[in-house]
Design a protein around this ligand. Structure first.
Ligand code: NI
Length: 264
């Protein structure tokens, strides 16, 4: 049992072989994948893929890269999408001060609005933060919602992780944990409680070692789970079981079946 808490399996990069990609994920023991939307068209695709495959669930929201495309009709569409079957989260939303594909002031304004919309919809949030740690923290701290969600592809230091954990967020670990230069992320994994960690691929991006250079896919979440097990000196089975349980908890999936699955 293993779960990929953040994939873009809905993207065109998987259109020609999605069946095989999902079959490989299943064979690798990955039994749940969250397809995370980045703009309205991509959210539609995520919902449709979730409808087609049992193991896929969807998140809807507008990525900071696309913040500048939001207009007065966008939130009506998202409100409607959020009610569709297997939509379990609002995201990904946040700030990207690395690529700055939307102006920073617009990213901030749209992030604030979407945090409030997630609260209104009662959905956990999926947060994207790249090179915007202090502003992201500040906005999450100021947010009046019930602070349920995930800091996806976590890239801050442990001091930041601690603040996010204290607010109630989960932290999701990407495949970059396998890179030599990711000492700070390994420190985060070492110190953060396993009960608050998730694993993800962010596929087709961020391919872990030893698959670097290839398109990433959900099956590769195995490499991240193994690395987490190594760092925390835990059996891989424990990391798989606990991160899976965390994933179901934060997304509120299978609330009623969990007892039988994880009761002992
Ligand atoms: Ni992503």
């Amino acid at each position: 049992m293993l779960m990929d808490s953040h994939s873009h399996i809905e993207m065109k990069a998987f259109d020609r072989d999605r069946d095989e990609v999902l079959k490989r994920a299943k064979d690798a023991g990955v039994d749940l994948i969250i397809a995370v939307g980045i703009d309205l068209a991509d959210c539609e695709r995520a919902i449709s893929i979730a409808g087609k495959y049992d193991e896929v669930y969807a998140a809807v929201g507008i990525h900071p890269h696309h913040a500048k495309e939001i207009d007065e009709k966008t939130y009506d569409s998202l409100r409607e999408m959020a009610k569709r079957e297997k939509v379990v989260a609002y995201g990904e939303i946040g700030l990207d001060f690395f690529r700055n594909l939307s102006p920073r002031e617009i990213q901030i304004k749209r992030f604030r609005e979407q945090l409030d919309l997630a609260g209104e919809l009662g959905l956990p949030v999926v947060i994207h933060d790249r090179e915007a740690h202090s502003e992201t923290l500040k906005m999450l701290e100021k947010w009046n919602g019930d602070k349920r969600g995930i800091i996806h592809c976590f890239s801050g230091d442990y001091a930041m992780a601690k603040k996010c954990l204290d607010m109630g967020f989960y932290i999701s670990i990407p495949g970059t944990i396998t890179f030599n230069k990711s000492e700070m992320l390994r420190e985060v994994v070492k110190k953060a409680p396993i009960s608050r960690l998730l694993v993800e691929t962010d596929s087709p991006f961020l391919t872990p070692h030893p698959k670097r250079g290839e398109r990433n896919e959900p099956a590769n979440v195995v490499y991240t789970a193994r690395k987490v097990a190594e760092i925390k000196d835990l059996p891989i089975e424990d990391v798989e079981r606990i991160t899976s349980k965390n994933t179901l908890n934060v997304f509120g999936i299978g609330k009623y079946e969990q007892e039988s699955c994880y009761g002992r």
